[in-house]
Design a protein around this ligand. Structure first.
Ligand code: TXA
Ligand code: MG
Length: 312
């Protein structure tokens, strides 16, 4: 429960140009006034993020989105089906919309999302402005799905943390760029590809190059420990991220005993955090992750695991 007084305090922090850790259904976001260059600059500073990486702008819903972006009919259908929720749309930006150009890293497009979380919606309403919010972690490290993760990663760099418990979805939003009649999947996430393709009646396209998804650096979501993928039989000195069957001995961090991909997505970052800590505190050799099917939310889970395992 987040009482109204907390929301009012958080809205005051936002209006004063400060940073609020905001719970959403995907992950915690580091929110600031999207119309203020100074407030947005503080996000980049707090995250230690390369400033060419644009931010998602959070809105209450489609009416607010229309102020900042052109919404083609295809995007409208996706909004009708998936908003509020874990879908971010990259759309042509309206000129002179009042959104900080720094938040958009100078691109002609804008990434918009209407979060479903009650507390995020309450903050948007109370602050009465769009909120720029990347995941509330230092750049390159694991995304936060609890308030404790936020405090561990950002500490005093954030002015106020709204603690609403663990995030329901647990992986970031799916990002789709809509360009006229074309829909391009820039990042798999909390809404499964299959569900989106059913609505558009066609396959999602692949991005032409890294230019289209500027934030999708190969190494990302990185634990401190070494991570091996697709491991069915971990060695006894590894922390094991299990999906169902787990060895009798060793440290096991279960994503979903029932092999449910939705449950595994919700547990992914918290278990990755916990496994990382077990390695550093328990003198283990690294983390091994079980094979995960790639359908449904498995696509987003595998994407995050691959990035977490990438050389850095
Ligand atoms: O679930 C989420 O999406 C969370 C919560 C807090 O809403 N936010 C999140 O933000 O994951 P962030 O900043 O960690 O990831 C935003 C991604 C980056 O990869 C960025 O490059 C991409 O969105 N992005 C933002 N604006 C873009 C644009 N105009 N064109 C292409 N990609 C864009
Ligand atoms: Mg992030």
């Amino acid at each position: 429960m987040t009482p109204d007084v907390e929301i009012a305090r958080a809205a005051a922090v936002i209006r004063a140009g400060g940073l609020v850790a905001m719970p959403t259904e995907t992950v915690y976001g580091l929110a600031a006034d999207a119309t203020s260059d100074a407030a947005v600059a503080r996000i980049f500073e707090a995250k230690g993020r390369p400033s060419f990486n644009p931010l998602i702008i959070h809105v209450e819903g489609v009416a607010m989105a229309e102020r900042y972006a052109l919404i083609p009919p295809l995007a409208r259908r996706l909004i009708d089906r998936f908003w509020p929720g874990a879908l971010t749309l990259v759309l042509p930006r309206k000129e002179a919309s009042g959104i900080s150009l720094l938040a958009g890293a100078g691109l002609p497009t804008i990434a918009l999302r209407a979060p479903a979380h009650r507390v995020a919606q309450a903050l948007l309403k109370a602050a009465d402005r769009p909120l720029a919010a990347p995941s509330a972690n230092r750049s390159g490290s694991i995304s936060p799905t609890t308030a404790a993760h936020v405090r561990q990663s950002l500490g005093a760099r954030v002015d106020l943390v709204l603690d609403a418990g663990p995030c329901r979805v647990g992986v970031e939003s799916t990002i789709v760029k809509v360009d006229g009649e074309r829909a391009i999947l820039l990042r798999p996430g909390g809404v499964a590809r299959e569900d989106i393709e059913r609505v558009i009646g066609a396959a999602l396209e692949r991005p032409a190059g890294s230019i289209e998804a500027p934030g999708m650096l190969e190494s990302h979501y990185a634990p401190t420990a070494r991570l091996r993928l697709n491991v069915a039989a971990p060695s006894t000195d590894e922390a094991y991220l299990a999906f169902g069957p787990a060895p009798q001995s060793g440290r096991v961090f279960q994503l979903s005993a029932a092999q449910d991909l939705v449950e595994a997505a919700a547990n992914l970052f918290a278990q990755l955090h916990a496994a990382d800590r077990a390695v550093s505190e328990g003198g283990l050799s690294g983390i091994a992750a079980a094979p995960i099917p790639s359908d449904g939310l498995g696509e987003a889970i595998n994407d995050r695991l691959r990035r977490a395992a990438a050389r850095r």
